[in-house]
Ligand binder design. Structure first.
Ligand SMILES: [Zn+2]
Length: 409
């Protein structure tokens, strides 16, 4: 088998394309595979598929998968066609998408690596510039978004993600049933989500059954403006609610700790996380060790007991019973003389209707934990994501559930 036949086979070239010659350059470690169309073959306009005569040729090259560690370039003089309708157009080639500088196989390899590593690492391993690696990623996302078919997503989650050391935010819209991120928007303002909801058709909008989110007025505002019967569908997320209560417990602990320290009492030293931990995450030993603190008369212990008791709110089957439970809890908080607990209790009281919609829809943003872990990975592993656009692109790439592969052999 000569080198032309070898590359013909390796590249899987189909008629009319065939290998014309192979040029090996040992010095840079490169091989150029020149490919040409057999003479007399007809071509079709890439726009309308109508047969069109050849106008002229243009020399193009594509980076291909390395062969035997040689950087491999596919080179061709590609016909430009003269279509009666569309004018002069470059003919389609089967190994790459229009305008690409890499063959589809090479892009697929790069995409597979980019799924598991950072653009910087992939660029280094594949001998690409950082911009080229990012370009492959961006094109993959655009391709995936363009291919996505409009579908009804009954259970949505809306959440915010910080980046750049928490100074900036993006808002994400999540499909809770098939965990994937549908939309990434700038900031966390009311206007952030307008583009997403405005892009939905009538069936998609009315098909939304429930939306989990934090008690964040700008999000609620936009959902109410775009989703019919929104008040019955908005579910203030259980974990966000408990997060607010945990923050109040922590404030009580900090204030009390300062006061105790002033009197030389170190009981609360280094106890921050035991008060915040979910009891199901304690080891038996840690739980026993925590007994003296949680059973004490400390203010922190009372605040903690309130937080833990509140978890039962989500166990109720009937809204009426849950309301009765909450009324008692609220009274307990208001009589506690712990200002942070009173403040958070008032906040929950004001939002209670949409906290209790949970009992109807049973959704939380917790299913997005896997996606959150990926976003954390994106944030901390990729020092390259210094701007928001790159961060958004990476979220779509890793969490969008998109079909990213280029067409072509
Ligand atoms: Zn045409």
């Amino acid at each position: 088998m000569d080198d032309r036949a070898l590359y013909q086979t390796i590249l899987g070239l189909q008629a009319p394309w065939q290998v014309e010659r192979v040029e090996l350059r040992p010095e840079p470690g490169e091989v150029e595979v020149w490919v040409a169309a057999a003479a007399g073959m007809g071509f079709a306009c890439p726009e309308c598929d109508a047969a069109a005569p050849i106008h002229d040729h243009v020399e193009r090259r594509w980076r291909h998968l390395d062969t035997c560690q040689f950087r491999t370039l596919l080179c061709a003089r590609v016909p430009r066609l003269r279509c009666a309708t569309h004018g002069v157009r470059t003919a389609r080639v089967p190994w790459a998408e229009a305008g690409a500088r890499f063959t589809a196989l090479f892009e697929r390899l790069a995409i597979a690596w980019l799924r598991e590593s950072t653009p910087t690492a992939v660029a280094r391993r594949l001998g690409l510039s950082w911009d080229e690696a990012r370009g492959i990623m961006t094109r993959a996302v655009r391709r995936g978004l363009a291919r996505r078919q409009p579908s009804v997503v009954p259970h949505l989650g809306i959440d915010e993600k910080s980046f750049l050391k928490r100074h900036q935010y993006v808002s994400v819209v999540v499909d809770l049933d098939r965990p994937r991120i549908l939309h990434v928007a700038d900031d966390r303002k009311a206007v952030s989500l307008v583009e997403y909801f405005a892009s939905l058709g009538e069936a998609q909008r009315t098909g939304i059954e429930a939306i989990a989110m934090d008690m964040w007025e700008p999000y609620r505002h936009t959902v109410r403006a775009h989703v019919p019967d929104a008040d019955a569908k908005i579910v203030f997320d259980k974990f966000h609610v408990l997060q607010h209560v945990s923050t109040a417990v922590d404030t009580v602990r900090k204030q009390e700790h300062q006061a105790l320290l002033a009197a030389g009492d170190t009981r609360l030293t280094r106890t921050k996380y035991v008060w915040l931990r979910n009891p199901v995450n304690f080891s038996a030993t840690a739980w026993r060790e925590f007994a003296a603190l949680r059973n004490s008369t400390l203010q922190s212990a009372r605040a903690w007991a309130m937080k833990e008791s509140l978890r039962r709110l989500w166990d109720y089957t009937y809204v009426g019973a849950a309301r009765t439970f909450f009324r008692r809890w609220y009274g307990w908080a208001m009589r506690s003389r712990l200002e942070p607990m009173k403040k958070v209790a008032r906040m929950l009281q004001a939002h209670l209707d949409n906290i209790l919609t949970y009992l109807t829809h049973r959704i939380t943003n917790a299913v997005t934990e896997g996606l959150n872990a990926k976003i954390q990975w994106i944030k901390y592993s990729a020092r390259g994501y210094r701007n928001r656009e790159a961060f958004k692109m990476a979220i779509y790439f890793h969490c969008g559930g998109l079909d990213l592969d280029p067409r072509g052999a």
